[in-house]
Design a protein around this ligand. Sequence first.
Ligand SMILES: Cc1cc2nc3c(=O)[nH]c(=O)nc-3n(C[C@H](O)[C@H](O)[C@H](O)COP(=O)(O)O)c2cc1C
Ligand code: SF4
Length: 522
Amino acid sequence: MTQTIKVFVPIDAAALAVGADETALAITQEASRRGASVQIVRNGSRGLLWLEPMVEIQTSKGRVAYGPVQAEDVAGLFEAGWLEGGKHPLCHGLTQEIPYLAKQQRLTFARVGITDPLSLSDYQSLGGFEGLKKALSLAPEAIVEEVTQSGLRGRGGAAFPTGIKWKTVLGTPAEQKYIVCNADEGDSGTFSDRMLMEGDPYVLIEGMTIAGLAVGANYGYIYVRSEYPQAIAVLNSAIENARSVGWLGHDIGGSGRAFDLEVRVGAGAYICGEETSLLESLEGKRGQVRAKPPLPAIAGLFGKPTVINNVISLASVPIILAKGAAFYRDYGMGRSKGTLPFQLAGNIKHGGLVEMAFGLTLRELLYDFGGGSATGKPLRAVQVGGPLGAYLPESQWDVPLDYEAYIGISAMLGHGGLVAFDDSVDMAKMAQYAMEFCAVESCGKCTPCRIGSVRGVEVLEKIRNGQQRDQQVELLHDLCDTMLGGSLCALGGMTPYPVLSALEHFPEDFGLEKTPQPAAHA
Ligand SMILES: Cc1cc2nc3c(=O)[nH]c(=O)nc-3n(C[C@H](O)[C@H](O)[C@H](O)COP(=O)(O)O)c2cc1C
Ligand code: SF4
């Protein structure tokens, strides 16, 4: 009898976008033509995006990776004996030994790319639901304490301590409380939320359930951006599966405790990722920022105490409960504990996901993992932390990736996305783009952002055209001061970061001398 060989073809949106379905079909057809017995498993992505579709063959030595495998490569791969791990120009050897993966510290992404995302048995065989089982044995206060002790801070951008947020909700009495997962993932160059939801949806469900037990909430919502149809489909199936075996519903894990959740599709605006706009949108209203206080933890969704956390924050909770706060806290540096899934995007040779403990440097990410620019030209600037993040010049690439160290250089880690640019970039154009982005995405509630961003575009246009350059630069600093200090939320409040960092580090692109001394900030 011929042995059935497992062949893994990712079903992650990044792999689908470059032909993974066609590759899977070609493998099935070619195997049948040759009388070979294969079982195609649709796994998540390993996060080596330049190799997608990356196909893995289960061999006696482990999984062997081939990529990028297009449908037309399949016959040749069979010819080369890939089902036995045979040599081929597209072969990268054992997946776990590929340096990009071998060097990583995958805690939150431990299962992503390894398992069939919807298989409950895969999930449980690799530690799934261990955190929830632990949580079910603890009092709410003890769960909150464990999360607090782990040092976990929000991965959505603001880096607020998760345990403290949960403590506030736990301590606010109410008949109804909610857990809301922020899966709007609007930052440029970011995709870790999407990869996690598509590749390991049960870990998010588990994290939200633990949050519910911790604060006394019995219902949750996952607010997913509409641009993520694959994630929405996977989550909906995973929720149904979890409910059918009792990991969601009236009696989770036979404990007599209740928790259930549903997916809501986002309204398609960057500002809907801001927590209070998101809550407005969830309530069926236009996504517009609410003034704080009250904090969502006190009066959030439908006026009820609400935990609102990013996907990665919630998905990091199960391992913290399963392995203990001390285990998680051992990773990282200073007050930045645990790991962050960095996302390498833009002009970079090896774009993808790199989960590492805080403390490594941008240079290591750009070169040791990213392999330098995709164009082969020298890298010049990197925007870290999404469209509101600063542009960092090479002189700052050795600063450790740590929340406080980044604040020290007027930058932020945000959601861990980085977008690389080579030396063909025009940084004055990028500064103007940052103001344009703010003008287009502004919710309109406060003047510094609504009007300021429009004026900012005009001022930058004048600087770029050399019209009264010195006065306009002074005006730009004044405007940025007003936006920084007077905006209601971080969209208007942080747009000055990319603008001023571009001006400070790349003045020559604005037609200015290398070290400008603007009058307003002399
Ligand atoms: C303009 C703007 C957009 C934001 N977009 C997102 C987003 O897409 N996803 C996210 O998790 N947080 C986003 N945030 C941060 C949220 O407001 C909030 O801090 C986060 O959901 C809290 O979860 P965390 O503590 O787990 O990070 C955004 C904030 C602002 C000001
Ligand atoms: S800063 Fe911009 S997005 Fe934020 S509340 Fe004000 S107008 Fe709305």
